[in-house]
Write a protein that binds this ligand. Structure first.
Ligand code: KG4
Ligand code: ZN
Length: 339
């Protein structure tokens, strides 16, 4: 089989990442330079700092990706880059870099949708996974329930009406004094807590059963903390973390299984930073086992932002003949399914 080698670049938020991926599923290198420690000082991602750090790091990250894969720019077949959604200044660094390399080397340029990348992370370790399947995409900026009808073809069944799941984790973590980044910290602390200690609400949306809403849950947690303070009671941090996490996990599991039931599909995948949550992975896996359907998930390191997933998505775009011009621009609010 012919080998299509793609250098993929990702810089949409606070990770500068580059990877070399062969035929969409064979990851030869996956370099991630995280800025998390820097942004922790400010309690969240500072866009201006993110852009400047990407500019400083990107050439080293790309060189490292090429070195680890033992390839040079001359061995590549295409350059892929995330062009949206994300922070505009952060995206522009990757887009400008990808265009420069592609232009200098006469290589095709492929712009990739960040969420399409998250979904495609599933192809890397699950060599047998092929569309169609249902995918639950839960990250810091997005919560989508989609039907993947073909490579790069999506039907959106539901989305969040307000906060993304990861955003809710980050906000609740801050409120209970865990700090940034909230998701992994809640995941850890929740292991020591009782998930049934506090009965937080599970929101449902009347006009679309697949849509999510997490802002009500976040408010319920804040109210609970206020009430404890007013009554002079010290709340149990691990119990609040575990109960909040259970409320999110229950809703995500419920919606995903509803989509499986109604679509008649027998494959469910999860993707995005929140998909690395241990309770969510367990809950969805158990629900899939009960139904006798296949469950797919990327390893935690491929759930959070990385460039290998961009290389996986780009390969299928490449095969379809998708090529972007030198006018490729960063699109901060790019919608899934748009090109
Ligand atoms: O996919 P991602 O790396 O970036 C975006 O595209 O947004 O997702 C980051 C989000 C953050 O909100 C982070 O708190 C959340 O994913 N996250 C987690 C876990 N690890 C990361 N949420 C819950 N449990 C985790 N273990
Ligand atoms: Zn992401």
């Amino acid at each position: 089989m012919e080998e299509i080698k793609i250098l993929a670049i990702e810089s949409s938020c606070d990770e500068t990442a580059a990877a070399v991926v062969v035929n969409g599923r064979d990851v030869r290198s996956n370099i991630i330079s995280s800025q998390i420690n820097l942004h922790t000082l400010y309690g969240g991602v500072v866009p201006e700092i993110a852009s400047r750090k990407h500019v400083e790091n990107i050439n080293y990250v790309i060189q490292e990706a090429l070195d680890q894969a033992s390839v040079s720019l001359d061995d590549l077949d295409a350059i892929a880059v995330t062009y949206g959604p994300g922070l505009v200044g952060a995206l522009l660094v990757g887009v400008a870099e990808a265009k420069a390399i592609a232009y200098a080397k006469g290589l095709p340029l492929i712009g990739v949708h960040h969420i399409e990348g998250h979904i495609s992370a599933n192809y890397i370790e699950n060599k047998d996974l092929e569309p169609p399947y249902i995918c639950l995409v839960v990250s810091g900026g997005h919560s989508h329930l989609v039907k993947v009808t073909d490579y790069g073809e999506y039907e959106i069944l539901g989305r969040t009406r307000d906060d993304a799941a990861g955003e809710a984790f980050d906000k609740v973590a801050r409120a209970i004094g865990l700090g940034y980044p909230g998701g992994p910290k809640i995941d850890k602390v929740a292991k020591e807590g009782n998930p049934d200690a506090v009965d937080f609400p599970r929101a449902s949306i009347a006009d679309n059963q697949y849509d999510f809403s997490f802002s009500g849950l976040k408010s319920a947690v804040l109210n609970y903390l206020n009430q404890c303070e007013m009554k002079g009671i010290t709340y149990n941090q691990a119990d609040v973390a575990a109960s909040f996490q259970k409320a999110v996990v229950d809703v995500l599991t419920d919606h995903a299984m509803m989509a499986i039931d109604e679509s008649g599909m027998d494959k469910l995948a999860i993707a995005g930073g929140v998909a690395s949550n241990s309770a969510l992975r367990r809950s969805i896996q158990e629900a899939c086992e009960r139904k006798g359907i296949s469950f797919y998930s990327p390893s935690p390191i491929l759930c959070t932002d990385n460039a290998a997933m961009i290389g996986a998505a780009a390969y299928y775009e490449y095969q379809k003949g998708v090529r972007h011009g030198w006018d490729l621009n960063a699109i901060p609010n790019l919608k899934l399914g748009e090109r």
